[in-house]
Each structure stands twice: as structure tokens, then as C-alpha cells.
Design a binder for this molecule. Structure first.
Ligand code: GLN
Length: 384
């Protein structure tokens, strides 16, 4: 079927998200999917039992618009314990169907037409289209290759009287790098005495390695008071398909964001919120996550040691970036397609995370997989 009228696009030049494209290709090709970021192992059965319990008990109707209060209270307790930051569960914590929707709601609510938003590339692919949909203008800084660190002078130079927001992300998708306390202090300096809001995407907060502590913006009171923090239950509990996330923000920002959010989703899944409100009390689940994923990272690295890929440092997230210069001259998009078809391993080319498709010949591999999958994929990649 075709609509006969004129279809004007609000997102010209934007295609289908690379995650959908590569997952579909992986399925068609029966390739191992190291592309889209999701675990291929089970979440904890107790969590499933809890969701079941609440479904059977009849908790199947709309949750309160900002989320179940008991879950928000638990998030407040957790955030204070981990980051010494106090958020009011009634007015400063909001549960959403996934981190991506939270990001969209924040941008849609706060960015006015013509406002500028500073985005640091490579970055998660929803940021820039969300800014465009809000009528905002994205201004791009870039992480410095190959270490993928932020040049804060470059960020500072992009700030104008039109800058409404700066988006940061730590641990970082797609590069696996993390921001340090010194990064946060530099950011603090740039935004002091301005009206700039910081949106800090911290969905991988519990996937950080080598004993390093996650530097949440929450830890920096001067930043926290102008920041919206995005978090995700999917990453922490191996349940990305449940689409559950939340955001933390000062009261007056929250009020404005909820105004928009209520007309996007109204509320998140009820029985899962009840289940999480109980399950989140089990601190070990997230306190053990760094060790759990560090073991996977180290194992995957070991398996790839004999390959021609260059392994870039991975300090957090469940993504290992690899350079393939010694293997092929193809563009990263072409190379990713080729190895999906020929070697049956799907990956993500990093150039798709830049507005101008910068190609450093790097692929992103998701190692949130059981050992057998890591072994099979490494075996195929080592043959290249
Ligand atoms: N965050 C995950 C990734 O980067 C998946 C996102 C998505 O599928 N939209 O792969």
C-alpha cells in the first residue's frame, strides 16, 4: 500500500537504526549477533517469578504516570548509597519504558526550536534524531581517536548563547570508554553560570571494570543540580526486552519533562515495576555486575588475541571495539556486512555513530554473550 499524498520527512537522511538493520541481517544470515547490544543469557529466574507473581495477583492495569512510588523510593535509596546524591522519589525520579524513551522525553520537553545541543560523537544513535524532532540543532564535538577521550576545549568552543543542553555518556556506547572525575570537573567549569542542562546517559553505570568507580554526574552536586541522569534496568538485570528505565532530575526539570512524557507513554509496565521494587533491594545483583562482565571482557580478549584485530581499550559497557586495518581496506559498513555474510558474525561499524560517517575502521562487538557464543565468534573472527 502507498499513501498518495506528499510525505514530508522530519528526519530526512535518517534510515533504519543500525541495531535493527544488523539484527535482521544476523537473523537472515544465521550469523552470531555481536551487533545489537543485548545479553544472550537468561535473567535471574527469581525476577521472572516476581513478575509472574504480580501479574497473577492482578497488577495488570496502568501504573502511576511517574512510576510506582515503591520502586522510585528504592531508586532513591540506591542512588544515595552509591553516589551520595539525594533525589526525592515523588518529584525527582521517573520510571519510563526504557532509557531511549527517557532520552527522547527529556529532549522533547526541554529543547525549543533553534536551541543548540552539544553531542559528542561517536554516540548512541538516538540523540541527534531526537534533537531534530524537537526542532533543535545538534552541534558535534568528537572523541579523540584512538583513545576516544573528550577534548573539553572543543566542547567549550561549541557553547553559544543558544546552547540548551550537553549530552554525555559514561560508560560509553559505542567505544567502551569512561569519564573520569577530572572530566566531570571540566564539564562543571564549562556550564557554571549558564542555563545549560546536562543530560548524562549512564545506562551502563554498573558495567565498569578494573576496580574503577563510575563517575555519575550525581556525585558532583553542582552538576547534579543541572543534570538529567538516564538509567536502565535492562542493562543491569539482563532484560533489555522489557524496556524499563528511569531518569533522575531536579524537581523543576522533572515537572517539565513529565509534561511531555505523559503524552508519549503515560506510564511504564506495571507488574515489572512491582517486581523490580522488590528485586532491586538485592544489592549483590548490581554490585557483582562489574566482576561478571569483566570476566567476559577478559575471556573475549583472550580468545581474540591470536586474531589480526586490534583490540581497543574497554573500561566499561559490554562493547569491545576492534580495529581491522590489518585485515581489510573496505569501509567499516562494507566490512561489517561482509563478515556477517561470509564469517557469520554480525558487528556494528562505528562510522554509523557519526553524523558525517567518519570511518576509523573500527567495529563494535558486544560481549554480553555466553562463553560458547564468545568462543564460536572468536574462532570465526580469528580466521580473518
Ligand atoms: N543500546 C543497545 C546498543 O547500543 C541497543 C539499542 C537498540 O537496539 N536500540 O546496541
Amino acid at each position: 500500500m502507498q499513501f498518495n499524498g506528499v510525505v514530508k520527512s522530519k528526519l530526512s537522511g535518517v534510515g533504519t537504526s543500525i541495531f535493527a538493520v544488523m539484527s535482521q541481517l544476523a537473523n537472515e544470515q544465521k550469523a552470531i549477533n555481536l551487533a545489537q547490544g543485548f545479553p544472550n543469557f537468561m535473567c535471574n529466574k527469581d525476577l521472572i517469578s516476581l513478575v509472574n507473581k504480580f501479574m497473577n495477583k492482578g497488577f495488570n492495569q496502568y501504573a502511576p504516570m511517574p512510576g510506582l512510588l515503591s520502586l522510585r523510593e528504592q531508586i532513591a535509596i540506591k542512588t544515595e548509597k552509591l553516589y551520595s546524591a539525594v533525589y526525592n522519589p515523588e518529584t525527582e525520579i521517573t520510571i519510563t519504558p526504557g532509557g531511549t524513551l527517557a532520552i527522547y522525553a527529556v529532549i522533547e520537553a526541554l529543547v525549543m526550536p533553534g536551541d543548540e545541543v552539544i553531542i559528542i560523537e561517536p554516540c548512541y544513535d538516538s540523540y541527534s534524531p531526537s534533537v531534530r524532532l524537537a526542532g533543535g540543532v545538534a552541534k558535534f564535538a568528537r572523541l579523540q581517536f584512538p583513545k576516544f577521550t573528550i577534548d573539553w576545549n572543543e566542547v567549550k568552543k561549541l557553547v553559544t548563547f543558544k546552547t540548551k543542553m550537553i549530552i554525555i555518556n559514561t560508560p560509553h556506547n559505542p567505544t567502551g570508554t569512561i569519564l573520569t572525575a577530572s572530566d566531570m570537573l571540566k564539564l562543571e567549569k564549562i556550564v557554571e553560570n549558564s542555563d545549560i542542562v546536562v543530560m548524562s546517559d549512564e545506562v551502563y553505570e554498573h558495567i565498569i571494570f578494573d576496580g574503577v568507580e563510575h563517575q555519575s554526574v550525581c556525585r558532583f552536586p553542582k552538576l547534579a543540580e543541572r543534570s538529567v541522569v538516564i538509567s536502565s534496568f535492562g542493562k543491569t538485570y539482563h532484560t533489555t526486552g522489557w524496556k524499563m528505565g528511569y531518569f533522575l532530575a531536579p524537581e523543576n526539570l522533572t515537572r517539565e519533562i513529565r509534561k511531555a512524557y505523559q503524552f508519549m507513554a503515560f506510564a511504564a509496565n506495571t507488574p515489572i515495576q512491582h517486581a523490580l521494587a522488590e528485586y532491586i533491594k538485592n544489592e549483590d545483583e548490581y554490585l557483582n555486575l562489574p566482576a561478571f562482565y569483566q570476566e567476559k571482557r577478559d575471556y573475549f580478549k583472550k580468545l581474540l588475541k591470536g586474531s589480526k584485530f586490534k583490540l581497543l581499550p574497554c573500561s566499561g559497557s559490554y562493547f569491545q571495539c576492534v580495529g581491522y586495518e590489518k585485515i581489510s581496506d573496505l569501509s567499516d559498513v562494507e566490512f561489517a556486512k561482509k563478515i556477517t555474510l561470509e564469517n557469520k558474525v554480525a558487528t556494528i561499524p562505528i562510522s554509523v555513530f557519526y553524523h558525517n560517517a567518519s570511518d576509523n575502521k573500527v567495529l563494535r562487538l558486544c560481549f554480553a554473550k555466553d562463553n560458547e557464543t564468545l568462543e564460536k565468534s572468536a574462532e570465526a573472527l580469528t580466521q580473518l
